[in-house]
Design a protein around this ligand. Structure first.
Ligand SMILES: [Zn+2]
Length: 162
């Protein structure tokens, strides 16, 4: 008898893998973040990556991180992966969903996550944990009862030839 495969991707590997693959769509030269929103019964509802809003050209708007003129930096224009994934969803409510993201959500994304009813965040990296933005993000998610925990790396390598 032929037994089923044993080395299939776990749910966590699958959803974090999809989040990371989404991040590879980003044109940001410094930071590529991807996100995947999943229903309670493990169906992918939405995906997103960081970039400029529709109509704001990747070639005309600035990607710079520093500059004397803040209007010539990316920060005032870029939309984070989590907000994009939330806004990309047009299937109704995200209440009770969970969100996989490659980098811990900032305070602005935390507001959107809380307000749309996402109840759990699984993040890969928390390298900005000392920043005001991430501290505020955790404070809001704690108050709102949104759970969060770090993705447990399995170190599995997936090679996809495209
Ligand atoms: Zn954000």
């Amino acid at each position: 008898m032929c037994e089923k495969r044993k080395d299939f991707l776990s749910w966590d590997e699958y959803f974090m893998g999809v989040a990371m693959l989404s991040g590879m769509r980003s044109k940001d030269p410094n930071t590529q973040v991807g996100c995947c929103i999943v229903s309670k019964d493990n169906k992918i509802l939405s995906m997103g990556y960081n970039g400029f809003p529709t109509g704001c050209s990747d070639d005309e708007f600035p990607w710079a991180r520093d500059g004397e003129d803040p209007l010539e930096t990316k920060y005032v224009y870029s939309t984070h992966s989590e907000l994009n994934a939330i806004l990309n969803y047009n299937g109704g409510s995200l209440a009770g969903a969970r969100l996989y993201v490659s980098l811990f959500p900032c305070n602005e994304c935390a507001k959107a996550i809380i307000q749309c009813g996402i109840r759990e965040v699984i993040y890969a990296n928390d390298k900005y944990s000392d920043t005001v933005s991430v501290i505020a993000s955790k404070r809001m998610m704690d108050a709102a009862g949104v759970k969060y925990h770090q993705y447990q790396k399995t170190d599995r390598e997936v090679m996809i030839r495209l």
